[in-house]
Ligand binder design. Structure first.
Ligand code: C5P
Length: 399
């Protein structure tokens, strides 16, 4: 549970997107947090306090003069043991208030009165013209300068029928952003490129050869790197997984496409992690037309040709152009021996070994890290937890 023990003050201001806040409060609770909802008068026009209380399991605060708090100071007491304040949705009006330190209701006063170290995250939600208005642009810049983190907004169709920037992020995206806010920023302003998933080598237009890989470990690493503050580009073979929020993805099919995409984007990258299960060979005599079964029972003769070794090629770039390279190795036996030999052969500083074949498609994994000093084991754990540990190890080696 990524938010276990965290106390979140969830503020709602007026906007259609209040309906998403209901789902968000549930998502926070499912992730282990406790949620104290505070609503403005505007928010109460869009969703009732009954709904929010039912979902958050705690009485809602809407009024600065709420006598339920002993000292009658909810604007102080509600944030003193909080770990984060999240305003979702955050209206244009509320952004303007925050930018100017206005205190004219409980939520705005509570934000101004928060301890300086308490993170404040806002999820803007408004019509595209409101978002693009010079006053809102100015307020957004001011809020960023004041250390308030803006989550979104996204672009798309809006409740009013207009299209553009101003949609509030979805609950699952906001959850990922709030979880990320609690992760150490060990890769701040670093650029990280990674490959993930299998590759697919065509035999004909409807058939092909692929490797077993769900992409889960690579996608977890992409997410963990983004959480750590990196700008992440994911070159992905075919998987069913959605790109982690905030991660840019380039989709490829074959090993040669993956190779070309990596080499096209490797310039300026600080780190390259090759997680993909790249096919070693492609079918040299693949057919443009579907191969037909013939009555005689004869079978096609496939001719294989070797694929480029993407990782070895990146690791062989001149020192000034070479990112810090990390490889993966899935071995069914003799991991210690094979993995270290592979690290040296590919000439990379860090190689991560998967133990056995029981990790494919699973949410858990067990890793061994190999570097020049020897090897370190990471016991079996959730792939995202392992990914965070691995990102921390990579960050340590970069400094
Ligand atoms: O040589 P082997 O396939 O076992 O090496 C695995 C590592 O090399 C992984 O990090 C994988 O992503 C990378 N690799 C690559 N290009 C290939 C084959 C493997 O980048 N053609």
């Amino acid at each position: 549970m990524d938010l276990a023990g965290k106390k979140i003050v969830l503020g709602l201001t007026g906007g259609i997107a209040c309906y998403k806040a209901a789902e968000l409060s549930r998502a926070f609770i499912k992730a282990g947090a406790s949620v104290q909802v505070v609503m403005t008068k505007g928010a109460l026009q869009f969703i009732t306090s009954v709904t929010m209380q039912g979902l958050s399991g705690q009485p809602i605060f809407t009024d600065q003069w709420d006598a339920r708090i002993g000292n009658n100071m909810p604007h102080i007491d509600l944030t003193r043991d909080a770990d984060v304040i999240v305003i979702a949705p955050c209206s244009a009006d509320f952004m303007a208030k925050l930018a100017h330190g206005v205190c004219d209701d409980l939520l705005s006063t509570l934000c101004v009165a928060r301890p300086a170290s308490l993170p404040l995250l806002i999820a803007p939600a408004m019509n595209v013209e409101m978002w693009q208005n010079p006053a809102t642009r100015r307020n957004a810049r001011q809020l960023a300068e004041d250390g308030i983190q803006l989550l979104g907004p996204a672009a798309g169709e809006q409740a009013c029928g207009e299209v553009g920037l101003g949609r509030m992020l979805e609950a699952d995206q906001l959850l990922a952003e709030v979880i990320a806010a609690f992760q150490p920023k060990t890769l701040k302003s670093k650029r990280l490129l990674l490959t993930a998933g299998p590759t697919f080598e065509a035999i004909d237009p409807v058939r092909g050869i692929t490797n077993l890989s769900s992409g889960k470990m690579g996608y977890a690493l992409a997410r963990a790197a983004r959480e750590a503050g990196a700008e992440v580009l994911l070159i992905s073979g075919p998987t069913a997984l959605p790109a982690p929020f905030g991660v840019q993805r380039v989709n490829v099919l074959s090993a040669r496409q993956m190779h070309d995409a990596v080499l096209a984007h490797v310039k300026g990258q600080d780190i390259f992690i090759a997680v993909a299960a790249v096919a070693d060979w492609h079918v040299a005599n693949s057919s443009d037309q579907k191969l037909k079964k013939d009555a005689s029972g004869s079978t096609p003769e496939l001719v294989f040709a070797q694929n480029p070794d993407i990782l070895a090629e990146v690791a062989a770039l001149p020192l000034t152009q070479r990112p810090y390279c990390v490889g993966f190795a899935a071995e069914s036996e003799n991991l210690l021996e094979y993995a270290e030999a592979k690290r040296q052969k590919k000439n990379i500083p860090l190689l991560v070994g998967n133990i056995g074949h029981d990790t494919f498609g699973k949410d858990e994994n067990q890793l061994v890290l190999f570097d020049v000093e020897g090897h370190t084991s990471f016991p079996r754990a959730d792939k995202l937890q392992l990914a965070r540990q691995l990102i921390a190890e990579i960050a340590k080696r970069l400094t």
